[in-house]
Design a protein around this ligand. Sequence first.
Ligand SMILES: Cc1cc2nc3c(=O)[nH]c(=O)nc-3n(C[C@H](O)[C@H](O)[C@H](O)COP(=O)(O)OP(=O)(O)OC[C@H]3O[C@@H](n4cnc5c(N)ncnc54)[C@H](O)[C@@H]3O)c2cc1C
Ligand code: FES
Length: 322
Amino acid sequence: MTQLYLNDVTYQCEAGETVLDALTRQGVAVPFSCRSGVCQSCMMQSADANVPSAAQHGLKSTLQALNYFLACSCQPEQDMTITLADSSERMLPATVTAIRQLNDEILCVGLDCPSLKDYRAGQFINLYRDETFSRSYSLASVPADSYLRLHVRRLPDGRMSNWIHDELKLGDSLHISPPLGSCFYLPGDPEQPLLLIGTGSGLAPLMGILRDALSQQHGGAIHLYHGSRDVAGLYLVDELRELASQHPNFHYAPCISSGETVPGYHAGRAVDVALEAHPDLTGWRVYLCGNPNMVKAARKKTYMAKAKINDIYADAFVASSQ
Ligand SMILES: Cc1cc2nc3c(=O)[nH]c(=O)nc-3n(C[C@H](O)[C@H](O)[C@H](O)COP(=O)(O)OP(=O)(O)OC[C@H]3O[C@@H](n4cnc5c(N)ncnc54)[C@H](O)[C@@H]3O)c2cc1C
Ligand code: FES
């Protein structure tokens, strides 16, 4: 057992327990969402240098050097003196400036966040409902847009997504985190073919990546496969078809996996349709976003199709656990 010293109070951390589990078990309100080291909402700082390296995975090197760590990934090896990350740094004020229904279950939310100047399309932010309750949403906008765009899918009984769909109104104020994640367009190789595969609201980061690549004059082929069970689950179909008609190097393939055959749509799972058309991904860059099971399977399949591991970028929309 190790001791955690927080705000002059000592908390016990059992062997094998994470800092997050130990603190929440003992009634401390710590922000968290994914519990799997992705969203960074549980970030804390250690006053000692006793941070296990696994607890800093994915953090910027500047944060690592300052002994920041993720409480959900930290199983202390020694006693630790810890503080919560400063809320003024992790929570930026934002205003709801647009709301648009994209299909029956996906809402586009526009946010104005004057202090968020610099982000890469495809990164994600954490949206806070209060100080400790947040969820991650990917940025579908590009920095040149006048506001940030999120695509939020309503989940049955989902606490955040139903609140956003049912209660959030134009003009409401809320807080978001600075941008996070490394699933974004890199302009270094403009002729490299790009393969974008997403399901459901996984289109959000892909939309940002696609628009960023086109605006940076990416010359290589860009293939987007967007999948859902049926036609009703897809969205922005007309906009994407229009974009494909304007850019000869952009190819859009809406896919439905229910087994139904619908003219203008591909039948099958997005990853399978993509790999049937492009069985050899040597030299390609791949982006995979959305359902975690799809992302895991697609990562394996695209790697087997010879995409290099370093050329596969993925954002799995990991659900939070209580
Ligand atoms: C990096 C990252 C980026 C993300 N980007 C987006 C995005 O752009 N758009 C978006 O809509 N979401 C995105 N998510 C998911 C989002 O953060 C939330 O997990 C999601 O909105 C659900 O939150 P909630 O509070 O509504 O549901 P919760 O109250 O947390 O969960 C409700 C219940 O739904 C279950 N559940 C989880 N997934 C499903 C599913 N697919 N179908 C049915 N039930 C399910 C959960 O297990 C839980 O029991 C992202 C997640 C991550 C980690
Ligand atoms: S990174 Fe710890 S809760 Fe998401």
